[in-house]
Every structure is written in structure tokens, then in C-alpha cells.
Design a protein around this ligand. Sequence first.
Ligand SMILES: *Cc1c(COP(=O)(O)O)cnc(C)c1O
Length: 411
Amino acid sequence: MMHLEEGRYKIDGVDVLDLINQYDSPLYVYSAETMKMQYEKLSKAFPGVKLGLHYACKALSNVNVLKYMKQLGAGLDAVSIQEVYLGLHAGFNPEHILYTPNGVGMEEIELTVKEGVKINIDNISILEQFGAKYGNSVPVCIRVNPHIMAGGNTKISTGHIDSKFGISYYQLRHVTRVVKLYDINVEGLHMHTGSDILDAEVFIRGAELLFEAAQDFKDLKFMDFGSGFKVAYKEADITTDINDIGGKIASRFKEFCKQYGRELELWFEPGKYLVSEAGFFFVKTNIVKQTTSTMFAGVDSGLNHLIRPMLYDAYHKITNISHPTGTERIYAVVGYICETDTFGWDRKLNEVREGDILAFHNAGAYGFSMASNYNSRYRPAEVLIVNGKAELVRKRESFDDLLRNQVEIEL
Ligand SMILES: *Cc1c(COP(=O)(O)O)cnc(C)c1O
């Protein structure tokens, strides 16, 4: 959590401007304390069920964050073989890694089988190939698309009818045929309807379909309801009421288990919920530019470092941390990339002066992990604050990084 203390912004007791002086801008800063708080909230929200929380690696994949999640007791949700390797490197037990790829071929899946991680299969073609190769010797989880629309944004929703994710709920008959023919050991059913789920109803609606489907699979050990817990980006945002949702889902799940005849584990794969609010992205104002229509604050970053505003129209709250007493004025905050890369229009900020440090809130999830080198800019450094101490966990890139892997030929 970042707050103002005697005119200075602090995160878990660490002075932010001191951090910028030490590590320069642009800079990603994460609070381990906040991650822990979020993890504990979620852990306590589903009374009376065996809960399995798998941290969605792609949200923020710094290996120290993965190690920290492991310490908290989380498993890992990996969407690529590379994320599997990162998880293993961070010390996760393969059993605690669920590999949920999309659109990958059998070759990559075979490599993950070798690592002993849990495999989540999201199309019938692969299920057939998997069955033919492994029979019942390697258990699988099946990703079902319940066609439940999460939130209103088709860019982040993955469960709708036109979505490429999962095996349609309507194809389950076909799935059971394949499973039977190859004697596949299905130990889990999975759904992930995308981000931004507002209430228990969406979860329960999808869950009911999965409960129904479960009748065809007698050896289940777990059910995985993906993620989509909504966190606040704006002050007025409605967020997932985790205790309300948790209570309702837990009691429905227990009912289901009784009827199924065995106590299954209930799994989730939160990314944003665990790390979004834990992260801040700090940039320096290079230029304040008045045009005929707008006051622009141009910063030393852009869509290369934080692309969510441009890619998803995501709202990230912005604070001028250098000038907390400045009179509020209206700004458009823009990047330095040679593209239109607007972080936010019409933001009321304490007067922004050239050199001021601006903070983007909710920058923990899908911030650094989506960063690129576009315009041949370096990717920023990352700092993790743990036990009140700020530690550099990724160096800022340098010119060598831009040339790494480029092969200079005779011309
Ligand atoms: C991205 C992803 C998640 C995490 O989603 P959040 O909105 O960050 O919580 C979980 N499961 C799967 C399969 C994903 O692809």
C-alpha cells in the first residue's frame, strides 16, 4: 500500500522518491506485504473446503515473486512451457504446477509431461493425441468453456461463444467418447471465463455446468474455477466481494461433493487479485506541453512498459508523488513512444512540473510481464519490498541487451 506520510509517499515504510533516486526511473515497485494480504484474504474466503490457489504466473513472472508465492503456500498456473521452467526454477513442486496452454502443439505438451506437472487440455484434437500416446498413464485436467460472459469486455473475456479457449460445454459428449476410448484418467475439470467477474452468480452459473459435466468423470480430484476476481482500478470501481463470493461458492461446492460422493479440491488461479494492487510503476515527467486543446504531461515511458491502457482501454490511477500539495489541474498523460500512447486523458493531478515523478497504480499485474523493447528502449528495473526492505529484483536493461541474440553478418 502506498500512502502519504508528512509530505512523502511511502510503500510499506519505504520512501518512494528515495527509491527513484537510488534506482532511477522508470521503475516497477512491488509490495510483498500486499501480495501476502491478498493471498490470505483469498485463503480464508472459502470456509470448509480444500482450497488450492495457483498463482497465475503470467501476471507478474519475476522469479522472486514466484518464490514468494511459493512461500505463501500457492501453487502455480503456467500457460507456457517457459513458465513451467520458471516455476520449477523457483522451486515449485511439479505437482503444484498446473500447465494451462492454449493453442500449443503436442511437442510442447510432451515436454511438460516429462517435467511431471499437471496438464490442462483445451481442445479435443490434443485430447485424442494425448490419449493415443499416454492412455491412462498420465492424468489430465480438461478445460471446459461454459460460454459464460464475464464482464463486458470481449478482449479480456475468455468464456464467451466466440472464444478460442477451452472445449465447448456442448462438446462434452465427444470428450467422454475420447476419454472412454483411450481410457484417459481425467482428474480435474477447469474453467476460466476471463477477467472481471463481478458477483457470485457468474461463477455459480459456470460451476453448475461443470458439476453437471462431472457426472461423466468418476475419478476427479479437483475442480478449477480459474480466475476473474475483480480488483479496484478506480476509486468507485465495484470489486469482487471475496467473502460473499467465497461463502456462496464454498457451500455450493460442498453440496456438490456430497452428491458426487467424494471430497474434491477447489482450485483457483488468481493473477490480478494477488499482484495488481501490490505494484506501482513510477515514471518521470520529461515535458509539460500545452497545446491548443490539452495540457500534456509527457513521461519517460510508454506503451513499451505499460501497455494495458492502450491495449485494453484499462484505467490506471495516476498520482503525482513529487508535488502532493500542488493545485490540481487537468492533464493528458502520454508516453514517449512514436505512436499514440496515452496513459490517461483528463486526469486531475497535483500540478505537474517537469522532473516530477508520477505513479501508476495497479501496475503489479500485466505491467512488466507485457513490457517490450519497442523503439529500442530498455525495459525498466523492478524492486520488491519485502519485510520493509527494498531489494532490486531485476536490473534495468542496457545497450548489450538490445544487441543480445542479434547476429551481425558480413554486408
Ligand atoms: C490469465 C489467466 C489467469 C489469471 O487471470 P487474472 O485475471 O489475472 O486473475 C488464470 N487462469 C488462466 C488459465 C489464465 O490464462
